[in-house]
Design a protein around this ligand. Structure first.
Ligand SMILES: [Zn+2]
Ligand SMILES: [Zn+2]
Length: 347
């Protein structure tokens, strides 16, 4: 089969590799679409401890079951599916609660296990067993299903910040994830939504979504703008979807009294700390949350939200590439041209 093999930072080669073999407890998926994630870009540029080359990366997957192992029950060849990324040990307290994303021995498809930038990918026994394979309703296309993973992560982040009707929401980071947060916040009944980014070009792309303000930090202090737009109260919810320590600090600064702040994105490993005024948290009763990946229930909710039309992922998809174009897609994402890029390995 054809695969884009990751050989280390800045080395991605499209080559023929042996088809994956299906063990008795495994499933093989023919990949129809795999969407490019911010972490793929990070792996491509800098490498990642969880990815040992040579490896096929890519974890936002949709496809068709091509083969089921002899012990596998409940699935059959030809079924259209998406697959959850985290693979847990199945034993620890988090795995027992369907939260493999918090497993003490966390592993993931497209990191420790081969991913979706290939024509076929093996689904390991542990993933099959924990219920990672989700069947797609007919109404959901492969392209839409490839965005179940990012949407499930956004759902995870927003569960913590509990957006209520008419809440104002400030989102830092105008990429696909920031926009997805905006769309979900709108579906939750949010009031004013402010999208704060750097690239004006990217903010223009975000105009396809129902957002109230698009602000580039190049045009002025975003904290002052949020305060001004909220009569000095600040935002009820602030979500940080960019790996910038300054944005994390600003998210805390724009939070209203009783505001909820999500540090949705990680910071670079080399600079993971920020300084902030703890007294603001104390006196203004601000809550601060983290979020990492998503659990299996949230995957099911994301798929249901797409199937019901509550969230339409199609406007997020701006570009499609065959495997040969993956490197270009990654570079294009980096330069902030486009939102979600889809690799279509069968092209
Ligand atoms: Zn992702
Ligand atoms: Zn576990």
């Amino acid at each position: 089969m054809k695969a884009a093999v990751y050989w280390g930072p800045k080395r991605l080669e499209v080559q023929d590799i042996p088809d994956p073999q299906c063990g008795p407890d495994e499933v093989i998926v023919r990949v129809e679409a795999c969407s490019v994630c911010g972490t793929d870009i990070r792996i491509y540029n800098h490498g990642q401890n969880n990815v040992r080359p040579p490896q096929v990366i890519g974890h936002e997957i949709a496809g068709t079951i091509a083969e089921c192992g002899s012990n596998v029950r409940g699935y059959s060849r030809g079924q259209r599916v998406t697959v959850a990324t985290p693979v847990g040990c199945g034993q620890c307290r988090y795995c027992r609660r369907e939260m493999p994303n918090l497993c003490k021995d966390f592993k993931a498809l497209g990191y420790h296990f081969p991913g979706g930038y290939a024509q076929y990918m093996p689904i390991p026994a542990a993933a099959v067993q924990q219920g990672s394979i989700l069947l797609l309703p007919d109404s959901v296309t492969f392209e839409q299903a490839a965005l179940v993973e990012p949407l499930s992560c956004v759902i995870n982040g927003q569960e913590y910040v509990r957006i209520e009707k008419a809440d104002s929401v400030a989102i830092f980071g105008a990429g696909a994830i920031g926009c997805m947060h905006a769309v979900l916040a709108r579906a939750q009944g949010a009031g004013q939504i402010f999208l704060i980014g750097v690239s004006r070009e990217r903010l223009d792309l975000a105009r396809r979504f129902p957002i109230d303000a698009y602000w580039s930090i190049l045009d002025g202090d975003p904290v002052a703008r949020v305060l001004e737009a909220t009569e000095g109260y600040g935002a009820d919810v602030a979500i940080c979807c960019c790996s910038d320590p300054e944005a994390n600090r600003q998210a805390l600064q724009v939070a209203a009294k009783r505001g909820r702040v999500s540090f949705f994105a990680g910071l670079p490993k080399s600079r993971p700390t920020i300084e902030f005024d703890c007294n603001r948290l104390h006196y203004a009763e601000i809550s601060l949350f983290g979020a990492f990946a998503s659990n299996l229930r949230q995957y099911r909710e994301a798929l249901a939200a797409i199937a019901s039309g509550r969230v339409n992922p199609s406007p997020f998809i701006t570009d499609r590439f065959p495997l040969e174009g993956l490197e270009q897609a990654i570079r294009q994402s980096e330069t902030r041209k486009g939102l979600k890029m889809l690799s279509l390995p069968q092209l």
